[in-house]
Write a protein that binds this ligand. Structure first.
Ligand code: GLN
Ligand code: ZN
Length: 773
């Protein structure tokens, strides 16, 4: 049987961000519902055609979503929480977008820590969180003990029929019932959503029956939770669920797993009564042998061999060689990207300004489907029929390997010479803090902010004008200096103790650094969906990373020249830069992270040499880098912590190193946080109250801590009492001598009119708390 090609999902946003513009126009009242739906239909039609033109045989439907596929699933099974129901019919766009965004929405932030969900909204949005270990965010389903389910929409059926009318017999994609329940959150403490499975299954059965009635044969059921550590209840849920779904006549299920190895769930997955199984062989090539060993002969294996999570060209000859025996040895094999292509940019052909050398190494969604097609030709008709493609591919791979861009001898020598001492400060924390106190002379409970001040329309406009060449370098510089000066003066005026320059010159906390480092590329149109209509263009780390010149010193220097108070140097940490980029796949992530760490270390040292007494290294993404399987955590945390320490340890004891993290769940990683050995850490705690400091208290965390007292995700202005109350709560848990007073995160997404009174109140709250000491 010939090898067939399949796509598990295609980016829905449109090569020119059509979906964003259409949904935002709809929200703004500038496009009516019919107009929005028409745009969505056109996008789906284009995507199906594109995949067919690329030579893909099994094309998905229902991978499209107006906002998020998990939200679609919640609405489809009728899990619309009561407080949205008054807004309209359960299957209406009003309700759908209210669940997605709340009924009043705020401009969104650049990164996950500050997603623009407005807690002051009339009806709040569902919670949003990261989809496994990707940068895609899904809307968390909410269910309770008296949850009822019913088929609320027939979107999978409608889209299947729509495709059929256009001549595409698609394989509908649905999110599996067990993963959906495992992602759901209970509205009642102690209730386990998984217990709802028996009530949920009839809806899935009805859906499958309707799909079959509409003409579908195969259905792709996504169960990425199968690559996680699962408890016995979850495993049993899988058995129950798929036994039930297997009862639907004529529905052949392709059970799709991705983002990792099935591992200890391999036996479970193979025991489920499904017709096909998709496995991720990019993330977990090692699972192949066991899989072949145990898979029943009549199971259709779908081999995920093209990387759906990254942007690199595949090694075609290598893949042909590796999978040839599998193809020969089995009755039927399908090849596919490792996961949905949702996580990759759409079309490399749009990148006219990238270095052609680098372009030759890249492959986006459209190109990846082309690679898949070529591979299938090779398997089915022998390598000779794809000789030209193989030759070109081999040249590209060889050039990438040998390029001076991927092999900077100086960087490699420096990384090779790293010793243990390089990631150790000269003295222990206690000595350092004592020395720092002697110099800084800060009051107890010192006040500060996390770094950025509002990126106003004016700031964005000036940056855009500068980008287009309409505003000259000198004028742009003058503008930024004025903004900075205003921010410094104002911080002095309201009595903050440690000032920041405000980050007005930064477009984004990763991009700003990437643009000044070698080894990074930035694209024009390589957007990927982060959530809803929020898309990002992650930098592409293609080469060895070096820092040709100081990146932030002149801004710090200017800001410090304006005031006698200490101004914090402000940097993004190596793990966060890595985490929010497309990372080269020709060396371990750890090695790339070490290179970035050395570049940041140079910047830290230069800031110190320029006179900075306090330097903050943000590691907003350290926690989200945690691997999916707990067994892989220690190895990750080891190198992540080492990278931070490498960046931070080149300075004298007198120099105070801060770090900042945009979350509050530290229980599981508190030892690693301690091992980072920062002098001061600021974290997010305003919404979750100070109980979350318990992790630090129990661990007897030795450094200083700034628990956020001002929830920057909301435009609401916190009162003095409220913040003083939070500080009192904090000092019940930790010695006041260890505490700092700061907001939860940077203020770039807020407006000055919110920020000003809030920080005035924060300073007042610190005074109240000091008086009580
Ligand atoms: N210094 C950054 C800022 O204030 C930190 C943001 C973050 O950690 N997400 O914007
Ligand atoms: Zn933050």
């Amino acid at each position: 049987m010939p090898v067939t090609t399949a796509s598990l999902g295609f980016p829905r946003i449109g090569a020119h961000r059509e979906l964003k513009f259409a949904t935002e126009a709809f929200w703004a009242g500038k496009l009516d519902e019919a107009g929005l739906l028409e745009k969505a239909r056109a996008l789906r039609a284009a995507n199906w055609k594109r995949q067919k033109d690329a030579g893909i045989e099994v094309i998905p439907s229902n991978d499209f979503s107006l906002y998020d596929q998990v939200l679609d699933t919640s609405v489809m099974v009728g899990a619309v929480p009561q407080h949205y129901r008054h807004l309209g019919a359960a299957d209406s766009l009003e309700v759908y977008f209210a669940m997605a965004r709340g009924t009043r929405s705020e401009p969104a932030a650049d990164h996950g820590c500050a997603h623009g969900h407005d807690s002051g909204a009339d009806v709040r949005a569902l919670e949003m969180t990261k989809w496994f270990d990707t940068n895609y965010h899904y809307m968390v389903p909410e269910v309770g003990p008296d949850q009822a389910f019913a088929l609320g929409t027939r979107k999978p059926v409608d889209h299947f029929v729509e495709a059929l009318a256009l001549g595409h017999h698609t394989r509908p994609v649905i999110l599996g019932p067990v993963t959906w329940l495992l992602l759901a959150k209970s509205t009642v403490d102690g209730f386990d959503p998984l217990t709802l499975l028996p009530r949920l299954l009839p809806v899935y059965i009805e859906l499958l029956q309707r799909l079959v009635a509409a003409g579908a044969d195969w259905v792709q059921v996504d169960e990425p939770a199968l690559v996680l550590d699962l408890g016995d209840e979850a495993r049993e849920a899988y058995r129950v669920a798929y036994r039930a779904l297997a009862g639907v006549a004529d529905a052949k299920l392709m059970l799709a797993t991705y983002f990792g190895a099935l591992g200890d769930n391999l036996g479970l997955a193979l025991d489920l009564p499904v017709a096909g199984l998709h496995v991720d062989l990019v993330r977990a090539p090692e699972q192949l042998a066991q899989l072949l060993d145990k898979a029943p002969a009549d199971l259709l294996l779908s081999l995920g061999v093209i990387d759906g999570r990254n942007v690199w060209k595949a090694d075609l000859a290598g893949l042909l060689g590796r999978y040839e025996p599998v193809v020969r040895g089995r009755a039927a094999v399908q090849i596919a990207p490792s996961c949905s292509l949702l996580h990759t940019p759409i079309d490399l052909a749009l990148e006219s300004e990238l270095d052609p050398q680098v372009v030759e190494w890249l492959s986006f969604a459209v190109q990846k489907l082309g690679e898949l097609h070529v591979l299938a030709l090779g398997f089915n008709h022998g390598p000779r029929v794809i000789a030209d493609e193989l030759a070109a591919n081999e040249i590209a791979i060889a050039r990438r390997r040998a390029s001076s861009l991927t092999n900077n001898a100086a960087v490699r020598a420096r990384v090779g010479a790293i010793t243990e001492k390089d990631s150790r400060r000269g003295e222990g924390l206690a000595q350092r803090i004592a020395r720092q106190e002697g110099i800084l002379n800060l009051p107890p409970l010192p006040t500060t902010t996390i770094g950025s001040f509002p990126q106003t329309g004016e700031v964005r406009k000036a940056r855009a004008a500068h980008g287009k060449g309409a505003l000259g370098g000198a004028d742009y510089d003058r503008f930024l200096r004025e903004e900075t000066e205003r921010a410094i003066r104002w911080q002095e005026e309201i009595g903050l103790d440690v000032l920041v320059h405000g980050e007005f010159e930064r477009n984004d906390m990763v991009q700003y650094f990437g643009e000044q480092l070698s080894g990074f590329a930035f694209t024009k149109a390589a957007w990927v969906q982060s959530y809803g209509s929020r898309y990002v263009r992650p930098p592409i780390i293609y080469g060895d990373v070096a820092r040709p010149a100081p990146m932030t010193v002149s801004w710090w220097d200017y800001a410090q020249s304006l005031t006698g108070k200490p101004v914090k140097g402000m940097l993004t940490g190596p793990v966060t830069i890595l985490q929010w980029s497309f990372v080269r796949d020709d060396q371990p992530r750890r090695d790339t992270c070490r290179q970035i760490a050395l570049a940041i270390r140079d910047e830290v040292n230069d800031l110190e040499a320029a006179g900075a007494r306090i330097i903050q290294i943000d590691e907003a993404a350290l926690r989200e880098g945690l691997p999916l399987r707990q067994a892989d955590w220690p190895a990750y945390l080891d190198w992540a912590v080492e990278a931070f320490r490498l960046a931070a340890s080149g300075v004298a004891s007198e120099t105070q190193i801060h770090t900042h993290m945009c979350y509050s769940e530290f229980n599981e990683i508190i030892a690693a946080i301690g091992a980072m050995d920062a002098d001061v850490i600021s974290i997010e705690t305003a919404r979750s109250r100070m109980e979350l400091l318990d992790a630090f208290a129990t661990y007897q965390y030795p450094g200083d801590i700034g628990p956020g007292v001002y929830d920057i995700h909301s435009p609401r202005i916190p009162t003095v009492d409220e913040m003083a109350g939070l500080l009192a709560g904090a000092s019940e848990r930790l010695p006041a001598a260890q505490l700092w007073v700061n907001p939860d995160c940077g203020l770039k997404t807020r407006k000055w009119e919110d920020v000003k009174p809030a920080l005035v109140n924060m300073v007042a709250a610190a005074k109240v708390a000091r008086a009580g000491l």
